[in-house]
Design a protein around this ligand. Structure first.
Ligand code: ADP
Ligand code: ASP
Ligand code: MG
Length: 402
């Protein structure tokens, strides 16, 4: 008997018909003799709608209260799905994140799972019940409800798979698998049969929301058998695993991220310790910094620019402005009218010229590059907001990924 975790995203359970479609996938798996743990997201646009509702009342609501509200979306899905499975005549139980033992830290709205006390889940499986768990949510040490960040249900699923030693974790969504780029932007994007954890982690972190980046991090850490597939077509999906063949495929995928803002500090004194000051102040506030660019000093002054998520811009500017004397700079400027486009591929390490080819594609599309960042398996550029779709298409064509 195998243990299979199946996760269904919001569009897969958007209405009654979809709920029954999903119930059919689950009960078929169960009938084959497997134990099944199911993780579900909130239906359709429920989470966005709840955020709008909150804004009507208080645009500056505390993160704790936001988590209390947003977690309700998943609670609707688990109960409705359990009712559908009951109707089909199968034993089932729905559990909230906390009933399933999902223990997180207290970083409201973006919590990390600390551990899972899976006794209840395992007990229900022993009774041969289908166990349906609310994704995206957990509980902290004060018994408060927390959420894992947008897209976090994927992480709930992989964490449960790891904690319960599942044989397989299937992420069902509204596309057939992981593509060379978002198929909604580039219709001739190609589905990948497999992708390595490292490549998928970069793609997810750089904006491919098909998987939550922490879910991939966790799958790699605990060696979870992970696949992404469609709940609608049920076609063979994409397997995410340790190592895959790289020959002939330098670039595995292209991705974009609009949730980017650039901050520039100009006229910083050109002495040791400045970068340390700036970035340690930001780190203390848990503000993630991505691309960093420092100019060569001239006349004893230098400039440092960096990018953060748009949701962090106000907090980051406050830290910088409050510490003007400590850091010592002449002025600070920022813009949110930028986007990041990246290429990812394990084959890049051993092949020169990949970045040049990406820049050539951007040049041919007449797109100006503001900042560049590279690692062994990715190249990212910061460009003007509004040009990212054109950039993704141009790069995708250049590397002949279709
Ligand atoms: P779910 O609600 O099932 O979690 P998401 O909307 O979070 O679904 O993720 C699926 C979406 O991810 C797809 O509809 C697609 O538009 C987008 N996406 C972005 N990049 C990629 C990619 N490289 N491959 C597949 N889908 C991608
Ligand atoms: N419902 C949450 C969201 O919309 C979590 C998820 O879908 O994974 O972000
Ligand atoms: Mg998602």
């Amino acid at each position: 008997m195998s243990l299979i975790v199946q996760k269904f995203g919001g569009s897969s359970v958007a209405n009654a018909e979809r709920v029954f479609n999903v119930a059919d996938i689950i009960t078929s798996t169960y009938k084959e003799g497997n134990n099944v743990i199911v993780v579900v997201s909130a239906q359709g646009d429920t989470t966005d709608d709840l955020i709008e509702k909150a804004k009507e009342i208080n645009p500056n609501a505390s993160k704790r209260e936001m988590d209390m509200l947003l977690a309700t979306g998943e609670q609707i899905s688990i109960s409705l799905l359990a009712m559908a499975i009951e109707k089909l005549g199968f034993p089932v139980v729905s559990l909230t994140g906390w009933q399933a033992g999902m223990k997180t830290d207290s970083n409201y709205s973006n919590s990390r799972i600390r551990k899972i006390d899976a006794e209840r889940v395992l007990l229900e499986l022993d009774k041969r019940k289908i166990v349906i768990v609310a994704g995206f949510q957990g509980i902290n040490r004060y018994d408060d409800i927390t959420t894992l960040g947008r897209g976090g249900s994927d992480t709930s699923a992989v964490a449960l798979a790891a904690a319960c030693h599942a044989d397989l974790c299937e992420i069902y969504t509204d596309v057939d698998g992981v593509y060379t780029t978002d198929p909604r932007i580039v219709p001739n994007a190609k589905k990948l049969d497999e992708i390595s954890y490292d490549e998928m982690l970069e793609l997810a972190s750089l904006g491919a929301n098909v998987l939550h980046n922490r879910s991939v991090e966790m799958a790699k850490k605990y060696n979870v058998n992970l696949c992404v597939r469609s709940s609608l077509t049920r076609a063979e999906g994409t397997v995410v695993k340790e190592a895959v063949k790289v020959e002939g495929m330098l670039v595995r995928g292209v991705t974009k991220d609009n949730d980017v803002a650039r901050i520039s500090l100009c006229g910083i004194e050109d002495t040791p310790g400045k970068a340390f000051r700036i970035f340690s102040l930001l780190a203390k506030k848990s503000i993630n910094v991505d691309i960093i660019l420092q100019s060569i000093g001239r006349e004893n002054k230098k400039d440092i620019s960096f990018t953060v998520a748009q949701s962090h811009i106000d907090e980051a500017l406050k830290v910088i402005e409050d510490s003007k004397d400590v850091i010592g700079y002449e002025n600070v400027s920022y813009t949110t009218k930028v986007s990041k486009v990246s290429i990812v591929g394990a084959g890049m390490v051993t092949n020169p010229g990949v970045a040049a080819k990406m820049f050539e594609a951007l040049y041919e599309a007449q797109i100006n590059i503001h900042m560049i960042a590279t690692s062994e398996i990715k190249v990212s550029v910061l460009i003007d907001e509004g040009t990212e779709a054109k950039a993704v298409k141009a790069i995708h064509d250049k590397f002949e990924l279709a």
